[in-house]
Design a protein around this ligand. Structure first.
Ligand code: CP
Length: 311
């Protein structure tokens, strides 16, 4: 049984296989009026979300439905977890209904491992606390590959609240796997002390614009701040935000900008940049659906190399 808890659960071959499936699904299905194939008919995918989500929850649900799987959604506030049922007992209960795979988002780092250790069904981590968001990293890498035609060797600057970001951690792992050079920039209070050795700290955002190929902005995760953490938004914007003035330099260098969403418009990126042709923000959203179809198809097939995408 295979799980996807962190990027480290995947080899480069696994990632390539998922990207090939995403390519097939995107190229063959996206333009069709009826966007559905029978690949996972008879399978059931459960979505357990105990933190807010739009992109990840909707795209996983649509991915399962477009592959003809049945879906069931469980939220913390409307399930018996609200009455004190443990995560383990929730998983054991779902397994009695013949669940084939569980997608879980949870505020607690390690929650997906608690369920995967029960060995009931494959578990896909849709974001756990500050630790890991492997499917976001996969869709980010896939978006880069679609945009640049390659990933290897690109210089990527990750800018903002790295301390609270599971997206940053998972992107460090996947970008390193593809041989990117990774740079970070943010307030000292938002840069973790454990940064991987090969990650380089930048001095300022101008350096990122001048020296990197791609700028990846992160949302300030106010909801993960403890009571001692504060940020002055004016200072943050002056030093780290993609303002209209900086966007002029981005255009001159023909750089691309990314963000996992949701975007705090006017804080980390100004609207003019988010909505521009230099922004990959909504391409990330679109490709996320096809990458998640690839992940489900890959994990739910017995022999992934034998998957035939039925068109
Ligand atoms: N990027 C991301 O995980 O977005 P959602 O929280 O909307 O799923």
């Amino acid at each position: 049984m295979r799980h996807l808890i962190t990027v480290k659960d995947l080899s480069l071959e696994d990632v390539n296989a998922i990207f090939m499936l995403a390519d097939s699904f995107y190229e063959q299905i996206d333009s069709r009026p009826i966007k559905k194939v029978p690949l996972l008919t008879g399978k059931t995918v459960a979505l357990l979300f105990s933190e807010p989500s739009t992109r990840t929850r909707v795209s996983f649900e649509l991915a399962a439905k477009r592959l003809s799987a049945d879906t069931v959604t469980i939220t913390q506030s409307t399930s018996s977890m609200k009455k004190g049922e443990t995560l383990e007992d929730t998983a054991r209960t779902l397994s009695q209904y013949g669940i084939d795979l569980l997608v879980i988002r949870h505020s607690k780092a390690g929650a997906p491992d608690i369920i995967s250790s029960l060995g009931l069904f494959p578990v896909v981590n849709a974001g756990d606390g500050k630790r890991s968001h492997p499917t976001q990293a996969l869709l980010d890498a896939y978006t880069i590959y679609r945009e640049y035609g390659k990933i290897k060797g690109l210089k990527v600057a990750i800018i903002g609240d790295i301390l609270h970001s599971r997206v940053a951690r998972s992107n460090f792992e996947i970008l390193r796997m593809f041989g990117c050079r990774i740079f970070v920039l943010g307030p000292t209070s938002m840069i973790p002390s454990y940064l991987p050795e090969d990650v380089v700290r930048l001095e300022n955002i101008e350096q990122a614009i001048e020296e990197c190929d791609l700028l990846y902005f992160l949302r300030i995760q106010f909801e993960r701040f403890n009571e001692r953490e504060v940020v002055d938004i004016d200072t943050y914007r002056r030093k780290y935000a993609l303002t209209r003035e900086r966007f002029e330099k981005i255009k001159k260098r023909d750089l691309r900008i990314m963000h996992p969403g949701p975007v705090n418009r006017g804080i980390e990126i100004d609207s003019e940049a988010v909505d521009s042709e230099f922004s990959l923000v909504f391409k990330q959203v679109k490709f996320g659906l096809y990458v998640r179809m690839g992940i489900l198809a890959y994990l739910l097939s017995e022999r992934s190399e034998e998957i035939e995408v039925p068109y």
